[in-house]
Design a protein around this ligand. Structure first.
Ligand code: PHE
Length: 354
């Protein structure tokens, strides 16, 4: 029995794989295995002999079975270790690149402008793109037959036959949102309104739809100096460099006095560079809100005053990112969008950079 025990335990320990182990199991404790045959011999023994040999054989059988089971687990572990050593996965590898869309420069620049002006305390307001002629013109001190109505190349909406009310218009500027905001919130007020505007015009620097951001600040002691400070701070933050501005006396029906604002730039080699050189580029209209406009907004001009400005967003994008032709903004050309577009993760913030 000791010989059997030594023989099988040694062989089991040395078994190289599960097939060898199975062979050993059959040879030892299978139906015709050596241990099984020994057990059959028990029948021929005297009861005394059997009492000694029986438990010993059972113990041997148990010992071999548990050696087989332990070896089986050990072989499985070894097989797994070998696989793990051979097949491995680098979970730190960057994921495969997938084609994705980009953020349009107009969207990006709108976010940039909003981040800067929001930091100066301007809340964002919105208004409809299809406006009544009252909000787009009359309330802004542009009465019927005023030349500004035709100068703006307005798109008029159609009216049903027999409907003689004045037609709605596609808003020609974001200024009607000044009136809507004053009516909704009264004074004091400090808002900006970014959005789409429409004029029938088309060339390298004009498209029938483009974008403006309106600014409006009304309080008891607001002056042109505040307007100038806000705009200069704004341009410096936006372009990331000190930008000189030039205020030119101008005329808008809705502001008095009015100023068109130019920013300093150079035009060398067909390239426009902001913040250097001795050239000037017009980028916005502004002024002190006309008393009639305050009245239209339901605000008493004897008590309140303020400034307003309207910046062309598309032009700001062209200037900052060196985009030469405005028309391409709206062509939906994928090559253009991939080149000039921004990653969705490049969210403009004051602390993260613009
Ligand atoms: N609404 C003017 C335009 O579209 C810009 C402007 C806004 C001027 C506010 C003065 C004040 O040209």
């Amino acid at each position: 029995m000791d010989d059997l025990r030594d023989k099988y335990l040694t062989a089991i320990a040395a078994a190289a794989d599960e097939a060898a182990l199975e062979e050993l199991r059959l040879a030892a404790v299978g139906k015709k295995g050596e241990v099984s045959l020994q057990m059959r011999e028990l029948g021929r023994m005297t009861p005394e002999e059997r009492q000694v040999a029986g438990p010993k054989l059972n113990a041997l059988k148990d010992e071999i079975n548990s050696a087989l089971a332990a070896k089986k687990v050990a072989l499985e572990d070894a097989a797994l270790d070998a696989r793990l050593a051979e097949e491995w996965l680098d979970v730190t590898l960057p994921a495969r690149d997938r084609p994705r869309g980009t953020i349009h420069p107009v969207s990006q620049v709108t976010e940039e402008i909003t981040a800067i002006l929001a930091d100066m305390g301007f809340a964002v307001a919105e208004g409809p793109q299809v406006e009544t002629d009252w909000y787009n013109f009359d309330a802004l001190n542009i009465p019927d037959h005023h030349p500004a109505r035709t100068e703006m190349d307005t798109f008029y909406m159609a009216r049903a036959d027999g409907d003689n009310r004045p037609p709605h218009v596609l808003r020609t500027h974001t200024s009607p949102v000044q009136i809507r905001s004053m009516q909704a919130h009264g004074a004091p007020i400090r808002i900006i309104c970014p959005g789409r505007v429409y004029r029938a015009d088309y060339d390298q620097t004009h498209t029938p739809m483009f974008h403006q951001v309106e600014g409006l600040a009304i309080d008891k002691d607001i002056s042109m100096a505040n307007l100038k400070w806000v705009l200069e701070e704004f341009f410096s933050a936006y372009f990331g460099t000190k930008v000189k501005t030039r205020f030119r006396a101008s005329h808008f029906p809705f502001t008095e006095p009015s100023a068109e604002v130019d920013i300093q730039c150079s035009f060398e080699g067909g390239q426009v560079k902001v913040g250097e050189g001795d050239g000037w580029l017009e980028v916005l209209g502004s002024g002190m809100v006309h008393p009639k406009v305050l009245e239209a907004g339901g605000i008493d001009p004897a008590e309140w005053q303020g400034f307003a400005f309207g910046i062309g967003i598309d032009r700001m994008a062209m200037l900052k990112y060196g985009i030469p032709d405005l028309r391409a903004f709206f062509d939906s050309d994928l090559r253009w969008l991939r080149h000039y577009g921004f990653s969705a993760l490049q969210v403009p913030t004051l602390h993260g950079g613009l």
